[in-house]
Design a protein around this ligand. Structure first.
Ligand code: RIB
Length: 291
């Protein structure tokens, strides 16, 4: 079983501030760090550190080889990542304030420039035992999801950044949708309550998360673990990567939710996105300390 993750790779430029700027305001940052990010890369690293076989599909510019090294170092197969000579690697400007809250601007660059044929070729080996994970920072999501679904794979769509039209396009091919509570309500208003997928994993902020089995109506809930956040960037990606990894490992929804919630709790206590993802050993140790 493998997780094929078709997703973005960004260089995150992270500025630490006391508070996020208001419109029209200019403020000085306390520090600037560069790190690996992109919702796709974050989820690949999360799932690989959770112990699963992860094959990342995506695109970068010709520079930034260190980002590939980070993915490789976490155990991600990078052989399906294209290097595009005429496009820069995607990047994000991320402002993080003292509370851990952030604001993010993304420039897609190579992430949205990969040819559809190259995406489908990279998925040529996907089969019924595998998972396709994807997010909304690439082009050709619908074609990738349709291909994976036709091959019998489980398709998990992390609807981030949220756009209702992007969800509408991939929905016929999706088994599990990953959204937050506001997005779930927005989707219900736009697409109706009866979504044509198996299930929905919904993050609820401080209230934790839940998995809604849309066929049986059963809801499995998981509370949040109490931690003091220093940087919430990539926490949702950490959660989704670990949830996908749990299902890929044969865990129940309850088991996958619990591991994902623990991993995300740990991830927000460290600065960075991909660079802050915990290992399986760290998550197990954290869970064993909880009552
Ligand atoms: O979800 C966090 C991620 O969003 C960051 O790593 C940034 O690159 C953007 O893709």
């Amino acid at each position: 079983m493998a997780i094929f993750n078709f997703g973005s790779i960004n260089i995150d430029h992270v500025y630490r501030l006391q508070t996020l700027p208001r419109p029209g305001e200019t403020i000085a940052s306390r520090s600037l760090t560069l790190g690996l990010g992109g919702k796709g890369a974050n989820q690949s690293i999360a799932a690989a550190l959770a112990g699963r076989e992860v094959r990342h599909i995506g695109a970068m510019g010709e520079a930034d080889g260190w980002a590939l090294d980070r993915l490789r170092g976490a155990g991600v197969d990078v052989s399906r990542i294209a290097r595009l000579p005429d496009e820069p690697t995607g990047h994000a400007i991320i402002m993080v304030e003292d509370s851990g809250e952030n604001a993010i601007v993304v420039h897609a660059g190579a992430n949205r420039a990969m040819a559809e044929r190259a995406v489908l070729d990279a998925l040529s080996e996907i089969g019924p035992a595998d998972t396709l994970l994807l997010q909304n920072e690439t082009a050709h999501q619908q074609a990738a999801a349709a291909h994976a679904r036709a091959a019998g794979a489980r398709v998990i769509y992390s609807a981030a950044p949220f756009e209702v039209e992007a969800v509408r396009a991939v929905m016929p091919h999706v088994a599990i949708l990953a959204v937050n509570a506001g997005e779930a309500a927005h989707l219900a208003a736009e697409l109706g309550a009866n979504l044509p997928c198996e299930g929905m994993v919904v993050t609820l902020g401080a209230r934790g998360a839940e998995y809604r089995d849309l066929r049986s109506g059963e809801v499995t809930s998981q509370g949040a673990f109490a931690v003091t956040p220093v940087d919430t960037t990539g926490a949702g990606d950490c959660f989704t990567g670990w949830f996908a990894a749990g299902l890929d490992a044969g865990q129940t929804a309850a088991g996958a939710l619990r591991h994902a919630a623990a991993a995300a709790a740990m991830q927000v206590t460290r600065p960075g996105a991909a660079d802050a993802m915990p290992t399986l050993a760290e998550v197990r140790a954290f869970m064993s300390r909880q009552t």
